[in-house]
Ligand binder design. Sequence first.
Ligand code: SAH
Ligand code: MG
Length: 207
Amino acid sequence: MDPRLLEAARSAKGFMPDDEGRALHDAALAASLSVGGPLLEIGTYCGKSAVYLGAAARAAGTIVFTVDHHRGSEENQSGWEHHDTEVVDPLTGRMDTLPYFRRVIEGAELEDVVVALIGYSVPIASAWQTPLAFLFIDGGHALDVAMADFEGWAKFVPVGGTLAIHDVFEHESEGGQAPFEVYRRALAEGFEDLNSVGSLRTLVRSS
Ligand code: SAH
Ligand code: MG
């Protein structure tokens, strides 16, 4: 990965360990070179994973869409484990990660490659039509939210395309179980294991 982009990804605020981010990059690049279509991520936050994906999109000559309402997941809200007071809009008291995302993508010089879709995942999926070489699910981790993301978006991954899921923990002691449930459903619905790094699972559609 381009060292300048790697540095930009590493220094961005967010929830993507570097080894998993690099695996995300490698899987996105390989998928883009083998099947047609752009990349799409659910769960932008401040754009950390979008830089790893943007580097892959740049190298493959494609673009990456990144979907987020920028108001944070349940687990990002005040009082929860993953809350960061810095991303609260002082005017409204609500979370707003969009300004941070803008700065990260600007600093990484990826504005021509990373395209923000600002809104809720499911209604955007309902209006979507384009096949995706690579889909990354890293949005809300409540079971209904995570399942709705899979249901709305997985159908746009063609045979040979890649699905990546973040925060997959087999045991409850390691973390929430919703992404693991989504992973199990993907295996039951046409996807096969490709790779696993940390809590990142990548799968390829075989049918
Ligand atoms: N990929 C990021 C982390 C994402 S955190 C990184 O690399 O750091 C999860 C994000 O999902 C939050 O920013 C939250 O606002 C977003 N989110 C949660 N539910 C959503 C929904 N239903 N639609 C769109 N975005 C959602
Ligand atoms: Mg995550």
